[in-house]
Design a protein around this ligand. Structure first.
Ligand SMILES: Cc1ncc(COP(=O)(O)O)c(C=O)c1O
Length: 390
């Protein structure tokens, strides 16, 4: 076939997450690979009831963003310690679109953005598709981004256009930043005038008291991304950005060229769900359930894979671990999937550039797998590690 694709598109490769989604759809596989919410927690009967009310023309029409939903997001953000106005809320089709639109708005091709040495692959994908050059900032296994290194990066000319990071329930590290780091990070952003894109996709899923997002420390230099995917349903495809009204007017134009508007139907379902339910109670319920799964995985890992060094997350769905040499986790991924029917994601999937250390790391998600299968899955993984062949 004649190659009609430009080089930029030919070079794009599917993310490890997309590949894992295909590989682990086999129902015999115990999936620790994907950061998907637990299906048992979806409020199906509430959705069904709400949907019946919505089979009317104005739910099926193009429509401007739902004002009521924006008001509800303002109230939700208050719970996270962020004060914002309805005019600063921009609704998106999920956090992924929010990342993409912010990248389009804040940077031109061939310019530099900074991200953590291990970061969310969806951001790497967006950056690559827009020809953004990525510089990386080292992260510590225990407490995330190494602030001291950031200033050195910011002194380089031309200076980076933004930093993309996650302060809470980092994907894949599972870390949450200390108050001191949050403060310093926002001070540096202001000092060097380099904004932060704060991806808070897991921010509402905390298992102990946590610090408020970076956005609450410095409103002007942080663009905040939130999402209903992990707390209500990914298929709703509703997320939001909190930004200045100036930026929002540009994002509106970019979004129109992307998907016109966020699905009206989903916005209405979410808004109605928020109106009719006690959200604080709902949060307590889902947090409790995920905490139980986290604890089960932590306990099982300690018991069955003592040589795995790993973080215990205080928020989010993910545990990041490191295995001793010579285990290469990409090879282990295929062996574990084929021989033991258990999946995880290899560390190499999370590096914007190749990094030797990541080859021994792996990400385990405890959110999707039923509680009663977590220990069995960890036992399978332990067997795969024991029988690993290079
Ligand atoms: C850190 C992070 N950001 C963004 C997303 C995308 O979320 P959404 O479904 O809201 O597009 C994910 C999904 O896994 C994620 O882990």
């Amino acid at each position: 076939m004649i190659d009609i694709l430009p080089e930029r598109i030919s070079a794009l490769a599917p993310s490890a997450i997309q590949q894992a989604l295909q590989q682990t759809s086999d129902s015999d596989v115990i999936a620790f690979s994907l950061g998907m919410p637990s299906e048992n927690l979806f409020p199906i009967s509430d959705y069904k009831r709400v949907m019946l009310d919505f089979w009317m023309p104005n739910s099926l029409q193009y429509a401007p963003p739902l004002e009521n939903l924006k008001h509800q997001i303002v109230a939700l953000m208050k719970q996270r310690g962020v004060n914002c106005t309805v005019n600063q809320i921009f609704l998106t089709s999920g956090a992924q679109q929010a990342i993409y639109l912010l990248c389009r708005a804040l940077i031109d091709r061939d310019e530099v953005a900074v991200t953590d040495t291990v970061t969310y692959p969806g951001f790497i994908q967006a950056a690559h598709s827009l020809n953004i050059n990525l510089s990386t900032i080292p992260v510590s296994f225990a407490d995330g981004i190494c602030i001291n290194e950031l200033e050195n990066l910011y002194k380089i000319v031309p200076k980076p256009r933004f930093l993309y990071t996650m302060s809470e329930g980092h994907n894949p590290l599972g870390t949450s930043l200390s108050q001191e780091k949050r403060l310093k990070l926002t001070e540096i952003a202001q000092f060097y005038q380099i904004p932060i894109i704060e991806d808070d996709a897991y921010g509402f899923l905390n298992y102990q008291a946590v610090e408020p997002p970076l956005k609450s420390y410095n409103s002007d230099w942080v663009f905040y991304i939130g999402s209903f995917s992990k707390i209500l349903a990914p298929s709703a495809r509703v997320g939001w950005i909190i930004a200045s009204e100036n930026l929002i007017s540009k994002l509106e134009i970019l979004k129109e060229s992307n998907d016109i508007n966020t699905t009206t139907f989903s916005q209405r379902i979410i808004s109605d769900f928020l109106d009719k339910n006690d959200f604080t109670k709902y949060f307590l319920y889902i947090r409790e359930s995920y905490k139980e799964k986290r604890d089960k995985m932590v306990e099982s890992l300690k018991r069955h894979i003592p040589k795995l060094v790993f973080t215990v997350p205080s928020s989010g769905f993910l545990i990041w671990g490191r295995l001793p040499l010579p285990i290469n986790t990409t090879q282990l991924f295929w062996q574990a999937l084929k021989n033991e029917k258990v999946s995880f994601l290899p560390g190499a999937a999370f590096g914007p550039s190749s990094n030797f250390h990541l080859n021994h790391c792996l990400r385990l998600s405890f959110s999707y797998c039923p509680l009663e299968l977590i220990e069995t899955g960890v036992e399978r993984l332990a067997r795969a590690i024991k029988n690993y062949t290079a």
